[in-house]
Design a protein around this ligand. Sequence first.
Ligand SMILES: *Cc1c(COP(=O)(O)O)cnc(C)c1O
Length: 465
Amino acid sequence: MSIVNSASAQLSKLPSVDRVLGFPSVRSLVEEHGRAQVTEAVRALLADLRKRPGEGDLGEAALSARVAETVAARARPNLRRVFNLTGTVLHTNLGRALLPEEAVEAAVTAMRWPATLEYDVEGGGRGDRDKVVEGLLCGLTGAEAATVVNNNAAAVFLLLNTLAQKKEVVVSRGELIEIGGAFRLPDIMRRAGAKLVEVGTTNRTHPQDYADAVGSRTAMLMKAHWSNYAIAGFTSMVAQKEVAAIAHAGKLPCVVDLGSGTLVDLSQYGLPRERTPAESIADGVDLVTFSGDKLLGGPQAGILVGRRELIQRIKRNPLKRALRVGKITLAALEAVLRLYLDPDRLAQRLTTLRLLTRPEKDIAEQTQRLLPAMARALQGRATVTVQPMKSQIGSGALPVDLLPSCGFAVHTAGRGGLARIEAAFRALPIPVIGYIRDGAFLLDLRCLEDEKVFVDQLPALGITR
Ligand SMILES: *Cc1c(COP(=O)(O)O)cnc(C)c1O
């Protein structure tokens, strides 16, 4: 095999795939990534170069480098770690709740070893996977029974499909919510086979509205949490206790979709109050649904708690089998629920709560500490200042409550500069996600716990001009 050194010869003819696979540095890529991956990358690269003859005169070194780049890009996982500096703690697009170490360990064990998922280790017989968390959920909410499905949307769907198919569900017009990600209560209801009966008006619903709507075809009275919006001003909604009483007078169940559903009174941690499933159960609500990965701080899951007879009917629905959760979820959920048994240490151990309760002073000190490293990384390209900010809880929880925070504001002189800065932070090995507002690129440091890794990669910031 003779190596053609003349650039003009290479221009006219790119090397063959086999030839490129024979380059020493490409051979070492094969050892690392396997022949199939590298061959595929070489083919794609050569095909691409053939389409752009101007670039065709690459020598061995340049070609090898391009192959390495292509292989690395293809080998990069699609689901990657990022820094969430958006100021939204429970960011749906960035995976919502971060799991505490206890949950990570439990999930890893469940992944790595056989586990008592549906096995009663005392009796040696078959068990029920809901038993992994049912006792804990009942203890924490005061409910008689509990079951878990894939997410809260699935919980609401399953509950409606089980208890209200071909029947009517009475909901206040003020609670016909749409939350992000295409969850609209009326749509879910239709798909579940239930007929929606709207009562009241957008801003006001009264007890008599519910009572008047109850008829022979009514399956239940339902309330849904407002989640991601707020109604203010001349408003009136009927408390769940009262709706439950009206439902029970008609021998009907009252169900509540709580959405976020924290298991503790958040005001004890200095956060705004949010209704808990325990309060709903105490108010006489028969079934409550909530998410596992919002304020609860666990894995993605939909939790149903309430009266045993209703939970049993839900579990007998064949769709429960289609919507059930796996062992990894249950392991993580159990570990998170166990943290709630010790409320004194919860704010330290439960990641979501720790981030939500981080003192502003702490975040401000951290911002000052990292300012020199940021300034160095942006030198000559942008200016960076420390700025007070407002973080959000996110995921529809407590939509109007903002948490005082702190972070960096990056300013650039030229037009379009901010977009390039934003893109450069996203292009870091561990992408840093911030947001552009009021003529600045903002990084809210509330959720920055892995400070060293953040700083260490800053020199890699490549901003194109
Ligand atoms: C978030 C939310 C849902 C959907 O929960 P997922 O766990 O995301 O499926 C349903 N209802 C309300 C009120 C919510 O806030």
